[in-house]
Design a protein. Structure first.
Length: 327
């Protein structure tokens, strides 16, 4: 697909998405370079930005035009209203979000001059996203076309959500992040699509990464076979600045390499979440996994040109305008 064909996919976003999981206040500071162990470096002004993997994914999907409901928990601190306000501003329905006593989820993020980052996550209220809570939201959860899950919530809750929605005919997309090398069999059985990066894929399937980091020459057919045995017929493997690979046994072309979209990156925080959010919106709108990944490459590249996670996400109009100028 060329740029015009990909950007035209933005006009097709209309579907309904449920996202269950984390919302965090991101305490972010920029530095010339990331510190080594035991080292102190000087950074710029501290910024508090809205984040959390699931909140990011919901915001990204909503800003593209999908109808999105967020399910999770915020605390009783000032960050709670900040996080809820940011999601609402992005167009996310926040009516089902639970409020609990104690701190909201937080992350501490350091970003260097090349856009690379380090992240430390403190769950806070996200630990209160319980099975009982999601069961109470069953009717709304299962009303969407697609469910997005990551692993910043209790694993038993993630598994219960997958089962609940899969049984109701909702397509379930699981992002194995923060990475777990072993996923519950019940979660795998009730998930339709897996999203991982290349290193997570290798660890998950116990296969060797290419010594020269040459993923172009990697045996993707072998990986697809191993992924099938693991329990997934469909997956997207992101390759950082090198694009992504779609593995889809249900497609005529079962292995598709999606090239990267080159931009002048300033901060990669939340880019993976914008990719996932785009895939959720695209799948809910009836697009193929291949189309979803193509579009996600552009949306996540746009996010890399701004600071923060949700703060860097673009609307369909902003994304189209930026890349139209590059043609």
């Amino acid at each position: 697909m060329n740029t015009t064909q990909t950007l035209d996919l933005l006009d097709r976003i209309h579907g309904s998405v449920s996202v269950v999981g984390s919302m965090n206040a991101d305490y972010t500071v920029t530095t010339e370079r990331l510190p080594g162990p035991g080292e102190t470096v000087t950074g710029g002004p501290l910024q508090v930005l809205p984040g959390g993997k699931s909140g990011n994914q919901a915001a990204a999907a909503a800003k593209l035009g999908a109808t999105v409901r967020m399910f999770g928990a915020v605390g009783s601190d000032a960050n709670a209203d900040f996080l809820l306000g940011s999601l609402a501003d992005a167009g996310v329905n926040i009516n089902g979000i639970r409020k609990v006593l104690g701190p909201s989820g937080t992350t501490v993020i350091t970003v260097d001059s090349t856009g690379e980052n380090t992240i430390v996550y403190s769950p806070g209220s996200n630990a209160n996203v319980s099975v009982e809570y999601v069961e109470s939201q069953r009717e709304l959860l299962t009303a969407s076309s697609v469910l997005g899950l990551c692993l910043e919530s209790p694993l038993e809750t993630v598994t219960a959500c997958a089962r609940m929605c899969h049984e109701a005919g909702v397509k379930v997309l699981v992002n194995d992040s923060p990475f777990l090398p072993q996923l519950p069999a019940e979660l795998i059985a009730n998930a339709d699509i897996l999203l991982v990066n290349e290193h997570e894929l290798a660890q998950l399937l116990h296969i060797d990464e290419p010594e020269d980091d040459d993923w172009d020459g990697f045996d993707w057919a072998y990986a697809q076979g191993r992924l099938h045995d693991f329990g997934f017929r469909q997956a997207i493997v992101t390759l950082g600045g090198d694009g992504s690979v779609v593995l889809d046994e249900d497609a005529q072309e079962s292995i598709v390499r999606i090239p990267p979209v080159r931009v002048a990156a300033v901060d990669t925080t939340g880019c993976g979440d914008s990719f996932m959010g785009t895939v959720l919106a695209a799948l809910a709108s009836g697009m193929t996994l291949r189309e979803a990944a193509w579009l996600a490459s552009y949306v996540s590249a746009y996010a890399a040109t701004g600071y923060g996670a949700q703060a860097s996400y673009g609307t369909s109009v902003q994304i189209r305008d930026m890349f139209a100028l590059k043609r």
